[in-house]
Design a binder for this molecule. Sequence first.
Ligand code: ADP
Ligand code: MG
Length: 406
Amino acid sequence: MKGFYAKINKSNYYFSVLAVIAVMFMGLFVSNPKLDELTFGYIIHLVLVMALSVSLLLYPKFKTSGFKIVIITLFSLYFYAIFFLYPETWSTFIFICLIPAISIFYFDRTLFYFSLVLNVFLIGISFSYLVLVDQGLLYSYIKQDIIGNFINFIGSQVILTLIFHLSYSRIKQQQVYYEKIQQAERLKTSGQLAAAVAHEIRNPITVVKGFLDLYKNDPKIKLEMGSHFQLMSDELDTAEHVISQFLAIAKPNLDQSTEVVNVRETLKSVSDLLKSYGVLNDNVIELEVDDKCYIQVNKIEFKQLMINLIKNAIEASKNGSAISVTGKRQKDDVEMQIIDNGCGMSEQEVKALGTPFYSLKSKGTGLGLMICFNMVAQYNGTLKFDSVEGEGTTVTIRFPATKSSR
Ligand code: ADP
Ligand code: MG
């Protein structure tokens, strides 16, 4: 399906580009007063039309920012060239006003401002030329009211900037919405998978593990064999752990009751818990949570969320380094951050977070974050990752704040 739409988009692009090229060539050959003399100006016009046509046709193969800048610059030069080559055609001034509109098609803020600044710069030079050199000889229609024309030009640039900003923010919003839908789709699929697979595997594992424990403690079994049994039993524990995590998504906690949770107290107890379980490899958790941070959630789930995220931060960091956990009120939200100076992630890796089984660890399950995203969404919160490869990661969790019940 994707390929199908890509094909339609491609043919739409070539169709539009061919129409633009046809119009540019018409300008060259249809009732062009300079055609008979083949002046230097006409050759510049011809060269610019050729360069633009080739660039537009090649663009789908080289969709780089550099190439976009070349196309926008060529368009600017082209419109200014026809403005100066055909002074009798006053409508070319309209095209000059519209130049930044071309960059709107690329939906790129930098390109748009590049085009806008270039246009204002070129109009500055052009108007100076008209006032100082031409003095109303060829461009009397502009010179007669130079201030009015300049104000109109600036007005058109302001309108284009508004159009760009409105459509840009709308498209960005849609992009975020689309990514959210994709994330929700992933969660749904994994939930269905969980229900089917986890249940089937859990029962046989329990049986095998029961027998292993029985043999392990049997005095008739040799000591060496006993340690093998221990190993098998541990591995089955890991498998069970994965399955319970999976089941947590498929059959969300039956006890869905929420309560007013004191974030400071809860994070303190999470940090103590991690310490006592020896999860910290000489790492320190620096807690800095404001008082008056209360949220309405299921306490056990909230603890699970924070444990998952802090564990990830520890696993990404070197032994002995510090993990900062903060919490503060931000208007109507409580914002918590977990900051580590660990290995960090590339942009691509951050995008993959939350995908079932996505893990870069040899013993990772790749389910932790999927559960986290699930839980946060359930309580209308948000979970955001900012990461720089090799420098560290900041995880920002937000929940709507609530008042203390006490
Ligand atoms: P697991 O911890 O079992 O691998 P998670 O879903 O918890 O699964 O995490 C998925 C992956 O995301 C991890 O394997 C790791 O590569 C990456 N990740 C998560 N948190 C961080 C972090 N703070 N710093 C760097 N990488 C991280
Ligand atoms: Mg994890």
